[in-house]
Structures are given as structure tokens and as C-alpha cells.
Design a protein around this ligand. Sequence first.
Ligand SMILES: NC(=O)c1ccc[n+]([C@@H]2O[C@H](COP(=O)([O-])OP(=O)(O)OC[C@H]3O[C@@H](n4cnc5c(N)ncnc54)[C@H](O)[C@@H]3O)[C@@H](O)[C@H]2O)c1
Length: 391
Amino acid sequence: MFYTKAVSEQNQTIHIQMKQIKIGVIGGGLMGREAASAFGRWFALKNFPVEAQLTAVCDLNEEALEWYRQVPTVTLFTKDYKELINSELVDVVYAAVPHHLHQQVYTDILKAGKDLLGEKPFGIDLPASKIILSEAQKRGRFVRCSSELPFLPGPQRVIREVASGRLGKIFEIKAGFLHSSDMDPAKPVNWKRQSAYCGAIGVMGDLGMHALHIPLRLGWKPVQVYAQLQKIITSRPDGKGGHTECDTWNNVTLSTKVVIDGNEVPMQLEMKRLAPGETNTWYIEVYGTNGGVRYSTKDMKALWVFENGKEQWWKRTDLGFQMPFECITGGIFEAGFPDCFMQMLAAFVAEREGFLNNRFGCVTPEEAVMSHELFQAALQSQMTEAAVRIS
Ligand SMILES: NC(=O)c1ccc[n+]([C@@H]2O[C@H](COP(=O)([O-])OP(=O)(O)OC[C@H]3O[C@@H](n4cnc5c(N)ncnc54)[C@H](O)[C@@H]3O)[C@@H](O)[C@H]2O)c1
């Protein structure tokens, strides 16, 4: 559906042609609500020629569905995702369900002729991710996988620094994603702590795609991995007065190799649920012979750029709100998690509609499969206690 919208631009009123697309959410939990919140303030995007409207929600849980009754644009509430994917009220589905359901739900969405933004890890394992990729290709649908933190201003500047060539010969990369709430042994169990629902890859399924999005986009696909995987807390309260087994890998350190300009370069990746004091710390560091760059969400505004010379300098810059998609938010204000999540949704829509224009895009299904190739090799490395080549 198209309509015309009047916007005020430098004391002038201009009319822009708007397209409306209808979004359905399957899985109305933590991330479903985050998506609803971003679509709910879509008007904060400046001169964005598509209105994305949340129209339908599916969740098995009545309480989860109930939350969406406060969203005025949602008119379809269902416990049956087949009803949502076959509805005329939906053009695109954002799916945020436990990992053991990804393959079935994602392929059903594609078979129903809808486009998909699927949550990571995009299948519970490598075979599942390949089946989703092949269905997307067969149906010719627009499909992307979620990873929002690289849309923050800091990670965007890291990409620009690398692309500028100013760093010289890159000789080391570090990236990771760290959580600490599992340090609390009294935290009750949930599906993310059980392999049957989360996957044998454990924390790599939760945090791995986030750490890999920028490296893979820069062409740094690991060709070898030596993995150290840890199960640290193996039992948690079940919420009914007892305890239940938690059989997922809690912490993972991957020593990988990537090839840059013909040189093998070490890339250290960390994905940890027990990282003392780290609430949601995503970071990347890239070192070259002429310069370096590092960014961590622990110090959200700070970009660190290294200059090599007679004296060596790490320069700190406080970043403002320089997002890939312009918003009404002032340039000196800080960006946060809801902002980068909204930017990711804007990138999904812009790429689907053909106006991404060299801006950073969401994870492709091919990149999601690459991440699973690494995770599978990491499991093999842990088992054999040896480095594993990845073809
Ligand atoms: N991008 C991110 O930063 C981020 C953060 C957390 C989780 N995730 C991912 O999002 C996905 C969901 O995680 P979450 O934290 O929102 O989980 P959650 O447990 O909070 O929500 C999942 C929801 O799915 C519902 N559900 C389960 N089976 C269903 C079915 N058959 N049909 C419809 N609904 C069903 C549950 O009732 C629940 O409300 C996972 O893939 C996870 O890895 C992404």
C-alpha cells in the first residue's frame, strides 16, 4: 500500500511517497517486545520512505500475547503461527522463538510466501541453517538474520577505519560478547541453558553471531579453530523448589585464523555467560602495523583509534548519534540498545526495498551458515583437543 506524507524540511513542506509494509511477530517474548517497541516509534526515522507497521503477533503463551493488546496497530493475536503466516495482514515476519523451532518455523514462513527476519543462531545447528538457506534460495524470498550491535556508531566507525586502509597490515583481531548474569547460581533455568532447546553449540548459539557479524562482513571467515569450551554451572533452580540439569556450554574461547591479503592472522573470539561484571559487553579490536581501532559497549560512546609513530597514541573520541539511518534524535545524544535494534530493522526494510545504498546490512543467511560452520568445527576441536580446519 502507498500513501503520501507531508514532512517539514528546513522550513519547507515536502511530500514523500510512503510505502506501508505489514509485519508479523512470531515469538512474543523478550525480543518480540523489543521489535514491537522499535516499530512503535518508526516515525523517529527521518525521510524513511517505508512505514513498517506491526499488525500481527503469535505466541503460545496467553500472557505474552496479552502484552501486545496495548499496541494499537496489532489486530491479529494468535497461538497458531500458521494462521499468522497465511494472513493477508502480514508481508514480513520477525521470528524470535527458541532455537529448536527455527528450522520448522523459518521454512514454513518461506513456504507461505513471506519474507523473514529470523533471530540467530538461524537454526539449532549447521544442517538446520543450511536447510533454511536452501529454502530461502528456492523460494526467492528476502531473508536476513538478526544482529543489532554493529549498527551502533562505534562499530560503524571500526568498519570505516578498517576499510580506509589506514591500519596498514592487519596482524591481530579480537572480538567477543560477554554476559555475567549466570554468575548468579540462584538464577532459574530457562530454555537457553538446555541443549535440547538451545542447541549443542550452547553459548555460541546465543552470542556467537553477534561477535562474528563484522568479521564475516569484512571477509574474515575463520579457516581454522582451536576451541576451549567450558561447562561451569551444570544445575539450576527449576522454579518448583528443585534443581534441574543445565547441559549447555557456558563459556567459549575460540582461537581462530583468518586470511587477510594472503596473510594468516589470529582472530580471538570470546562468547561467555560467566564473565564477571559484564552485563552485555560486545567488543571488537583490530590491530595493524600503522594503526589500530577498538570499541566496546562497556564504554558506549568511546571510540579508540591508535596512531603509530615516534610516539604511540591511543586517541579517544566521544561519539554521538551517528547512525546509518538518520533519526530525529540530536547528533550529540547517546545511542543505546533499543536504537541499534531499530537501526537493524531499518536496514532490513531498506535492503528489502532496494535503498540500503552502501549502508551496513543485516546478517545474510550465507553468513549465518558460515557462523554455524565455525561452531561445528569448535565442537569438534573441543572433542579432539586439536585445531580444526574449516573449508
Ligand atoms: N538479537 C538479540 O540481541 C537477541 C537477544 C536475545 C535473544 N535472541 C534470540 O531471539 C530468539 C528468542 O529469544 P527470546 O530471548 O526472545 O526468548 P523468550 O523465551 O523471551 O521468547 C520466546 C517466545 O517464543 C514463544 N514460543 C515458543 N514456542 C512457540 C511457538 N511454537 N509458536 C509461537 N511462539 C512460541 C514463547 O512462548 C516465548 O514467549 C532466540 O533465537 C534467541 O537466540 C536475540
